[in-house]
Design a binder for this molecule. Structure first.
Ligand code: CTP
Length: 402
């Protein structure tokens, strides 16, 4: 389950639009993720980027002709061996040819000669994108199960701005991975919390922590990709992934209210947020002035949301806690697993290099009540998210059979 792209065969079709240069970045990212990339360029694409560029980065040389001497039937080889075909960018002409079933070059012939899923990434000027003929072709392709990575709004090649700019390469690669991923969490409702809470001292100051919310957001994105219906309660709603229901909160008390409501119907709750344990007992109505001297801020405890969920846990609900530790990681994690009555506890040593708060990477050990600890060595937060969800899936399978 972790990284569906690893070992997959991807045919990367590139057509003739200015965004063809971004296909190079898509290719690079697919290769880094472990995919085998077979690039196919149309004649139009060759006017925008050199074949050598893609050949150098991909797993095999670019093919662009149906009449390649070495292989009399390149389209059937490519189409039949592909796990997924990605067309990036897809011009209005490609959409028209594909919708009409034309096979006038190697790429369109390969698209007809496959049963693999197809992901198309349109890019064109706003006027073309909005033209009824283009939208009708897209509707036809969608009705046949073709995945469309919607273009974005932004600056276009002519210097003007509008809708039609190729989607971000990272998003394209994520959607390709999603297409390759089996929806093993389909039918489940997953609640994820993310970010660090902020406890106000006065109208301008707060007590906070260094959590960025990245790990929680990766968990929400991965759960959605794996078919779950996801609610994300987060203190960083601006960077929330698409396709999840977002509830924005600031304080531990707000998070408590949001989580208590959403947990009633959640099959899985993942508390990745760094929730403040204490908050100022009194919040000053006006800014505390320096001239008033060093303030004494009395703190009071917040509700331990996870422990409360543990006490109220329904049969069939899976509870996942996180533990950010700097010392005695294993002992503290085992203790929290029991004390908070959770099924899984994801522990990270946030004092280690490149681990936890604010980093793009993480290293964790997943402790379970009913299984041996699973170490996940330093990797991307997206990969950690998939490892945590793998543990959730395994736990649910085990408890449904026991
Ligand atoms: N947690 C929570 N509510 C709180 C504090 C923590 O739900 N008020 C959750 C966190 O989201 C996390 C888990 O409890 O999933 C453990 O959080 P952590 O800060 O590591 O542990 P604490 O219980 O706060 O204990 P300590 O600070 O002493 O390590």
């Amino acid at each position: 389950m972790t990284n569906a792209l690893a070992g997959s065969r991807v045919v990367l079709g590139v057509t003739g639009g200015i965004a063809a240069y971004k296909a190079v970045e898509v290719c690079r990212r697919l290769i880094i993720a472990g995919a085998h990339v077979a690039p196919v360029m149309t004649a139009g694409a060759s006017r925008f980027i050199g074949e050598t560029t893609l050949s150098a980065l991909a797993s095999e040389p670019v093919q662009s002709s149906l009449w390649d001497e070495d292989s009399p039937i390149p389209h059937t080889r490519l189409g039949q061996t592909a796990d997924v075909i990605v067309v990036c960018p897809a011009t209005a002409r490609l959409l028209a040819d594909y919708a009409a079933g034309r096979s006038n070059d190697l790429l369109t012939a390969t698209l007809l000669a496959t049963r693999a899923p197809v992901v198309i990434c349109p890019a064109m000027h706003t006027e073309m994108w909005e033209h009824p003929a283009v939208q009708a072709n897209l509707a036809t392709l969608r009705s046949r199960g073709v995945h469309v990575v919607e273009p974005e709004s932004g600056r276009l090649a002519g210097g003007d701005s509008g809708h039609g700019r190729l989607a971000d390469p990272a998003r394209i690669v994520a959607e390709v991975a999603a297409v390759l991923t089996a929806p093993d969490l389909a039918g489940l409702s997953v609640l994820v919390t993310a970010g660090g809470t902020r406890e106000p001292i006065d109208p301008v100051r707060f007590i906070g922590n260094r959590s960025s919310g990245k790990q929680g957001h990766c968990l929400a994105a991965a759960a959605a990709r794996r078919g779950a219906t996801v609610t994300l309660v987060t203190t960083a709603p601006g960077s929330a992934p698409p396709g999840v229901a977002v509830v924005a909160v600031n304080t531990a008390a707000e998070m408590h209210i949001a989580v208590a409501a959403a947990a009633l119907t959640a099959d899985v709750v993942v508390m990745a947020a760094a929730v403040a344990d204490f908050r100022p007992a009194l919040v000053a109505g006006d800014k505390i002035k320096k001239s008033a001297g060093v303030p004494e801020i009395r703190l009071e405890p917040t509700v331990d949301i996870l422990a409360e969920l543990g006490r109220a846990k329904r049969h069939g609900q899976t509870l996942v806690g996180f533990a950010a530790e700097t010392t005695d990681v294993a002992a503290n994690a085992e203790a929290k697993l029991g004390a908070k009555q959770v099924d899984l506890l994801v522990a990270n040593d946030v004092s280690a290099e490149a681990v936890g708060f604010e980093h793009e990477t993480n290293a964790v050990v997943i402790y379970a009540r009913d299984a041996a600890p699973v170490p996940v060595t330093l990797t991307s937060k997206a990969a950690v998210a998939d490892a945590v969800l793998d543990a959730v899936a395994a736990h649910r399978l085990q408890s449904s059979g026991s």
